[in-house]
Design a protein around this ligand. Structure first.
Ligand code: 13P
Ligand code: 13P
Ligand code: MG
Ligand code: MG
Length: 380
C-alpha cells in the first residue's frame, strides 16, 4: 500500500522568548489538524521541541499535495491567532506570507515528506531540531548511511551492502532546487567535500541502491533566502526509515552521541553542540544549546502507533552532560573566530550595517619601500 508521510514544522510563537510553545498553542494546532481525519488524513501526530511545532500527517495523496499543505498552514495560522491572543513572543514567526496557494515549501514552514510502499512492518523515525540548520543532519546521515565504523549493517546485511545514494542540495541557490546525486561508497570523498559545509550543501534525501527505495528526507528550507533577512533559524525536520534494507534504529541514532558542533546557537549566529533531548525540551543556556529530538513510530495501513521518545533513554544523559561542557567551552571565547558563524551566514543581520559604516572609515596606507641594507662590502 502506498502511504505518504508529510511532516511540516513551524515556529508560530513561544513563551519567555524563543523557548517553547504554550499548551494552548499546541492544543489549537492539534485540534485544527484533527479536522483532517474527515477524509484527508488517515492519521496525524503533533509534537514540539524548543519553540518549534511539527505536524506529522499520514495520507495517500503523495508529496506536495495542496490540501495536506493547506491543512498544516491553516493549523499554524490558527496557532498564530492563539499565540497572539496570549501575547506569545514571535507569534507567526515562520509564516512568511499572508495567504497560501498550494504548497508551503518556500513559504516559511519546513517540509519533509516521502511517499513509500509500506513494508509489512514499517518502522521510521522523525527528527525535529531547534536552534540549528538543515545541514546539522549532514554528519549523522553520512556516518549512518556511509560509514561501516558506525553502521555494522553496511558489512553484515546484503541489502545494505550495495550502499546508498545521497541527493545533496546547494541551499544558497534560490532560483530552484540545485541538486547533485552522489553514490556511497564510490563517491565518499566527493560527498565529504560537500557535506563539510553545513551552511551550503545539505543532504536532501537518501535512497537505497539495492531496490531504489527512499530511506530519508530532510527539510532544506533556508528562511534567510526566503525573507531576505534573518527571521529565525531554519530549524529542520527529517524522516528516516529504519531496519531491514535500511540501517537499524540504533545505527541512525549513534552518530548523535558526538553532539557535533553546528550553526544556529543564539540569534542563529553562533556555533554550539547539537544536544539530543527528549521531546518537549525547552531552550535555555544562551538560547540553546542547539537541540534535536527523535520520535520512533511504526505505520501500518496508514495508522501510526504511539510514539517512542528515543533520546529519553538514560544513555543520552551522559551525552547531554558532554554537550553542556562543549557548549560552555565554546562560549568562553564569545564572538571570537569559530564560536560565531562566518560573515556569509550573518549577511542579513545587523552586523552588515556596522561593517558598511566602518567601510567608509578604512584608509589605505601606502606600501613603504624598504631601503636595502648597506653592508660593509657594498660601502667599500
Ligand atoms: P532483534 O534480534 O532484537 O530483532 O534485533 C536485531 C538487530 O539487528 C538490532 O540491531
Ligand atoms: P528560533 O529560530 O528557534 O526562533 O530562534 C531564534 C533565535 O534567534 C534564538 O536566539
Ligand atoms: Mg522562535
Ligand atoms: Mg526554533
Amino acid at each position: 500500500m502506498n502511504t505518504t508521510l508529510s511532516v511540516i514544522k513551524a515556529d508560530v510563537g513561544s513563551i519567555g522568548g524563543h523557548v517553547a510553545p504554550s499548551r494552548q498553542l499546541l492544543d489549537t494546532v492539534s485540534r485544527h489538524v484533527a479536522h483532517g481525519l474527515d477524509g484527508l488524513l488517515s492519521d496525524y501526530f503533533v509534537g514540539s521541541t524548543g519553540d518549534d511545532i511539527a505536524i506529522l500527517m499520514v495520507h495517500d495523496r503523495g508529496t506536495g499535495n495542496a490540501a495536506v499543505h493547506e491543512l498544516a498552514w491553516d493549523a499554524f495560522r490558527a496557532g498564530t491567532e492563539a499565540a497572539r491572543g496570549q501575547g506569545l513572543y514571535g507569534a507567526g514567526q515562520d509564516l512568511l506570507i499572508d495567504s497560501l496557494s498550494g504548497n508551503v515549501k518556500g513559504m516559511g514552514p519546513a517540509v519533509a515528506e516521502f511517499e513509500i510502499q509500506e513494508r509489512s512492518n514499517e518502522p521510521f523515525l522523525m527528527f525535529l531540531a531547534d536552534k540549528t540548520e538543515p545541514g546539522a543532519y549532514n554528519l549523522p546521515l553520512y556516518l549512518a548511511f556511509a560509514d561501516p565504523m558506525n553502521t555494522a549493517g553496511l558489512l553484515l546485511t546484503p541489502e545494505i551492502n550495495k550502499g546508498f545514494r545521497f541527493r545533496v542540495q546547494d541551499v544558497n541557490y534560490t532560483d530552484g532546487d540545485r541538486l547533485i546525486d552522489l553514490n556511497a561508497p564510490e563517491d565518499l570523498y566527493d560527498l565529504a567535500a560537500l557535506l563539510r559545509d553545513n551552511g551550503r550543501f545539505v543532504v536532501e534525501s537518501i535512497w537505497s541502491r539495492h531496490h531504489g527505495d527512499q530511506a530519508a528526507v530532510v527539510s532544506t528550507t533556508r528562511l534567510q533566502n526566503i525573507a531576505g533577512k534573518y527571521t529565525g533559524k531554519d530549524d529542520p525536520v527529517m524522516l528516516v526509515r529504519v531496519q531491514k534494507q535500511f540501517p537499524a534504529t540504533g545505527e541512525i541514532l549513534a552518530p548523535f552521541g558526538i553532539a557535533h558542533y553546528v550553526g544556529g546557537f543564539m540569534r542563529g549566529s553562533h556555533v554550539g553542540p547539537l544536544m539530543p533531548v527528549p521531546h518537549g525540551t525547552t531552550c535555555s543556556y544562551f538560547d540553546g544549546p542547539p537541540i534535536v529530538s527523535c520520535w520512533g513510530f511504526c505505520v501500518h495501513e496508514g495508522r501510526l502507533t504511539e510514539p517512542m521518545d528515543l533520546f529519553q533513554h538514560p544513555f543520552w544523559d551522559l551525552v547531554r552532560t558532554r554537550a553542556a561542557d562543549k557548549a560552555m567551552e565554546i562560549r568562553r571565547q564569545g564572538f571570537s573566530g569559530p564560536a560565531m558563524l562566518p560573515y556569509s551566514e550573518l549577511e542579513y543581520g545587523g552586523i552588515v550595517h556596522i561593517l558598511e559604516r566602518l567601510e567608509r572609515r578604512f584608509s589605505i596606507r601606502a606600501a613603504r619601500t624598504v631601503e636595502p641594507l648597506r653592508t660593509a662590502e657594498s660601502v667599500s
